[in-house]
Design a protein around this ligand. Structure first.
Ligand SMILES: Cc1ncc(COP(=O)(O)O)c(C=O)c1O
Length: 404
């Protein structure tokens, strides 16, 4: 019997790896200096640690250390990329046109919509039923006034991986800047800014076994040199793009997590995708009316998003207290709103309200997967019976008797 509850929400966040934590710890207590204190040992130690982390992240993504800006996470990195490019156009008295997709995280969609409210032009591209954007649609949407294309690397809800390299190549050919939110990809996919033709790239430490509230924005310096207008002003840290005292322990954690990802990602990818396939095979062979959301093969190794026809996901998750899985995205769950991602894939609203996201990661075992499959099948069957017997979601929970 595995230890309960079983964590199956690795797209929401990951635990800090013990190796990462061990490297961070001294920077809270012993080496607590301010990386901007240039005149003593404490400051030099902190600065050296930040610069080492910059090199570690740069190695992971194929950039150079000077092209990285440390932020408070993917939300801030996305905001800096999108507003930073748009503002640089607006300051040159040009109104930018922006392109994105219907399956972005809200951390991209919301800044895009805010810029539209402020007078910028916005195109939101549709995706196919697997959640992939057609690079041809991107090419056709580019206009002479297009400033930026932003396409999520791998979707946080359904796991679909976009044809990023193809989009990067066509943006380069058109002379348009290209940003990708790679928050979900950092821990296990190859993310090379050169091979992908990316000008701006977002990462988040807590999605890759690092600490929360630390992220990175990669900003290309050559071919082309990207100019961003900062979002905040102050002490001039991070070349003025992200002023404020640096979160040294967090940045050390981001660097260590990047080093670990580079070392482990091939092995993790193979093992974790094997567990995902095992879960899907158990669910789909053990139960009628289950459908996979997202792309069958072009998907995050650790993501399995499934609709259980006739089983409302809120009731399902209440019943499955021994599994910590997600319904919709971490940010949207609890909002009561249907997932904009499933909507974009054309999943009917009633069906989309039965979706469960199983997020599998480094700590997941086969035993946990087998338990999760058996419990999900049992709970889905019980809830279907209760619904068929005319009970409400509440009644269906009562028939089971226990809230685990
Ligand atoms: C694709 C994507 N982008 C952005 C974010 C926001 O990340 P952060 O929590 O680092 O701000 C998330 C987190 O769910 C995400 O999955």
């Amino acid at each position: 019997m595995p230890k309960l509850p079983i964590y199956l929400d690795y797209q929401a966040t990951t635990p800090v790896d013990s190796e990462v934590f061990a490297r961070m710890a001294p920077y809270f207590t012993e080496h607590f200096g301010n990386a901007s204190s240039k005149v003593h040992e404490f400051g030099w130690k902190a600065e050296a640690a930040v610069e080492l982390a910059r090199e570690q992240v740069a190695r992971l993504i194929g950039g150079t250390p000077r092209e990285l800006v440390f932020t408070s996470g993917a939300t801030e990195s996305n905001m800096l990329a999108i507003f930073g490019v748009a503002e640089s156009w607006l300051q040159g008295a040009r109104v930018p046109h922006l392109i994105t997709t219907a399956v972005e995280h809200r951390a991209v969609l919301e800044p895009m919509r805010e810029l539209e409210r402020r007078g910028c032009a916005l195109t939101v591209l549709p995706v196919d039923r697997y959640g992939r954007v057609d690079p041809g649609d991107v090419r056709r949407a580019i206009r002479p006034d297009t400033a930026l294309v932003s396409v999520i690397f791998a979707n946080n809800e359904v796991g679909t991986i976009q044809p990023v390299a193809e989009i990067g190549a066509l943006c380069k050919a058109a002379g348009v800047l290209f940003h990708t939110d790679a928050a979900q990809a950092g821990s296990c996919l190859e993310v090379d800014v050169q091979a992908l033709g990316v000008d701006l790239l977002t990462l988040s430490a807590h999605k890759m076994y690092g600490p929360k509230s630390v992220g990175v924005l990669y900003v290309r310096r050559h071919g082309p040199r990207v100019t961003l207008v900062p979002r905040s002003f102050g002490g001039g840290q991070e070349r003025g793009l992200r002023p404020g005292t640096l979160n040294v322990p967090g940045i050390v954690g981001m660097g260590a997590a990047s080093e670990l990802a580079l070392r482990r990602r091939a092995e993790d990818r193979a093992r974790i995708s094997g567990l995902r396939d095992r879960l899907w095979s158990a669910l789909s062979s053990g139960l009628e009316g289950v459908t996979l959301n997202g792309h069958a093969t072009e998907r995050l190794p650790g993501n399995l998003n499934v609709c259980f026809e006739g089983v409302p996901s809120e009731a399902f998750l209440m019943d499955l207290r021994d599994l910590a899985a997600g319904s919709g995205s971490a940010c949207a769950s609890g909002s009561g709103l249907p997932s904009h991602v499933l909507q974009a894939l054309g999943v009917p609203e009633t069906l989309s309200r039965t979706s469960i996201r199983y997020g599998i990661g480094r700590g997941t075992t086969e035993q946990e997967i087998d338990y999760a499959a058996a419990r999900s099948i049992e709970a889905a069957r019980n809830l279907r019976l209760a619904v068929a017997a005319g009970g409400s979601e509440e009644a269906s929970l009562r028939t089971d008797g226990v809230r685990r």
